[in-house]
Design a protein around this ligand. Structure first.
Ligand code: ADP
Length: 540
């Protein structure tokens, strides 16, 4: 029997746990595949974005390449000419004509006469260039394209034109030449956070200044090419050491301009990018955990119900055994005493005692049979309650009188305090409840103690109470909530010294429930117990 029970419990566990385990395995695998797919998709997108950015960059770079002009450097001396005299004079129209003459040539010192004329004009009239954009542009062009490069910076400064486009060109030239000096091979050269690109082809120099490269890299279009959460950066791929904090590169594409330059796509924040995936996974895990909790909870409930069912069955069998025992003992003693009385060979006092004992055993039998029958009726819902107005003090007094002989046998004092109570009750049922409480009090009291019964009315709450207290064995705290369960008797059958069937208190509870009342117990082991019924004066 025990073996079958164990295997059925095992089967139950397997039936729930195996599918749960399989579900978990599938879910974990699914999620792994899902995150791999999401990662792959991001890599694909990053590669595509890198290609778009590389293509865009190549075209931008191509468009911004500048051919660096070559300056006469060092100065080429010219031959003396009457024009040199004009340069020393103050004739403004002559100076203007000289400045604008393509044949002006260079002075014996090697400086373009046109520049010298412009400088002379400024010397004569510092306001000369105010509001004359055309002149200003022309002078700047002369300074940056015709002046020996070693002097261009000075001239530009003197003319106060260091912020114009021409001077920028000249600065570019300077930068290109400077780079070429340290990197004669040219190519992409890291400059601070950016790059410059330079190529020397014979005497021809092509150049992308750092400023131009920066302007292109900061172009908004480049960042548009990047998907959400990604950033794009440009790298030569070789000479920039990557720190450990550098972002993980997701995709890269070569920029087909110059050599070795790559557009790299990185994740701004991998955690953030993976957040939605993680959120999905969290949902799946939560659903899985919920399924596990619900299944295990269900499993536990089934297990508990089975256990209770098993316990109830055990208690029922015990009940049947106790009832048979309880019936057999009084019947046997009644038969023995009746036989002895029939023979008539005994002293009159003994005969009287036998009659008393037969009456007592008979009463016990009728209480027992009454309990069993009522229990069966209540269980099957067949018990009909007859509520009638009743003088409860009289009912209790009458019950105490009936029980009195039993207390006398154990030399128990039967005390009572009864108030007058008129309530609508099923008198027979209330008496049965009281008999059961008194019967227990007598059973569990040692010889010579007292049992108290009190009946009281509580007008304000429209209730009345009936309590039975004893000075008996008492009931441990943990048992107190269970003793009202049907068939429940504490301890195992062998340990129980007192007779009983375990339905007395459950019957009391059913009776009280039917009256819309309650039953409580206060008890301390070794000191005694008090059972109290609290019922409404009129039945609901
Ligand atoms: P029975 O008395 O037939 O065993 P009951 O339902 O009347 O069944 O009582 C259940 C159990 O509650 C008893 O077996 C006993 O352990 C405990 N009990 C009831 N009344 C008392 C009492 N007055 N003093 C001590 N224990 C009690």
């Amino acid at each position: 029997m025990a073996f079958t029970r164990v295997t059925s419990s095992h089967r139950l566990f397997l039936a729930v746990l195996l599918p749960l385990l399989m579900l978990g395995t599938f879910a974990v695998r699914g999620m792994k595949a899902q995150s791999k797919a999401a990662w792959d998709a991001m890599e694909e997108e990053a590669a595509r974005a890198a290609m778009v950015a590389a293509d865009h960059l190549a075209r931008e770079f191509q468009a911004k390449v500048r051919e660096v002009p070559r300056f006469p450097d060092p100065p080429v001396p010219g031959s003396p000419s009457p024009m040199d005299a004009v340069l020393d004079g103050g004739d403004i129209p002559a100076l203007l004509a000289l400045r604008d003459s393509p044949e002006a040539g260079t002075s014996p010192a090697g400086l373009p006469r046109r520049i010298l004329a412009a400088l002379r004009l400024l010397e004569l009239d510092p306001e000369f260039l105010r509001d004359r954009a055309a002149d200003r542009g022309e002078i700047a062009r002369l300074a940056t394209e015709e002046c020996p490069s070693v002097l261009t910076g000075l001239v530009i400064q003197k003319l106060g034109m260091s912020d114009g486009a021409s001077s920028q060109r000249w600065k570019d030239v300077e930068e290109a030449l400077l780079i070429l000096r340290s990197h004669p091979e040219g190519g992409w050269i890291p400059r601070g956070d950016s790059y410059a690109w330079v190529r020397q082809d014979g005497s021809q120099v092509s150049f992308l200044s750092t400023a131009a490269v920066l302007a292109i890299l900061q172009d908004k279009q480049l960042s548009y090419a990047a998907p959400k959460d990604f950033g794009i950066r440009i790298s030569t791929g070789k000479d920039l050491p990557r720190s450990s904090a550098a972002p993980a590169i997701f995709g890269a594409a070569p920029v087909s301009f110059g050599e070795g330059l790559r557009a790299e796509v990185y994740l701004h924040s991998p955690d953030q990018a993976m957040a939605s995936l993680r959120r999905q996974q969290l949902w799946t895990y939560s659903a899985l955990a919920l399924a596990a909790v619900v299944s295990l909870g269900g499993l536990y409930l089934i297990h508990r119900t089975l256990q209770r069912e098993r316990k109830l069955n055990e208690m029922k069998s015990q009940f049947v055994a106790s009832v048979s025992h309880e019936l057999r003992a009084p019947v046997a003693s009644i038969r023995l005493m009746a036989d002895a009385l029939e023979e008539g060979k005994m002293a009159p006092e003994t005969a009287k005692e036998f009659h008393r004992l037969i009456a007592r055993e008979g009463a016990r039998l009728s209480t027992l049979v009454g309990n069993v029958l009522d229990h069966a009726r209540i269980e099957q819902g067949r018990r009909i309650w007859k509520m009638e107005s009743c003088d409860l003090a009289a009912l209790v007094a009458e019950t105490l009188r009936v029980m009195e002989p039993l207390t006398r046998e154990k030399e128990l004092a039967l005390l009572s305090s009864l108030e007058a109570v008129e309530a609508s009750v099923d008198a027979g049922a209330i008496q049965q409840a009281l008999v059961n409480l008194l019967d227990n009090a007598i059973k569990f009291s040692p010889r010579g103690k007292s049992i108290g019964t009190s009946l009281a009315i509580h007008d304000e709450s429209r209730t009345w109470t009936l309590s039975v207290s004893d000075e008996g064995s008492g009931i441990p705290k943990e048992e107190q909530s269970r003793i009202f369960e049907r068939f429940y008797r504490p301890g195992d059958e062998l340990r129980r010294e007192t007779q009983g069937t375990g339905i007395g208190l459950s019957l009391v509870k059913s009776i009280v429930d039917a009256h819309g009342g309650s039953v409580t117990v206060e008890s301390e082991p070794g000191k005694g117990s008090t059972f109290t019924l609290r019922l409404p004066i009129s039945t609901p």
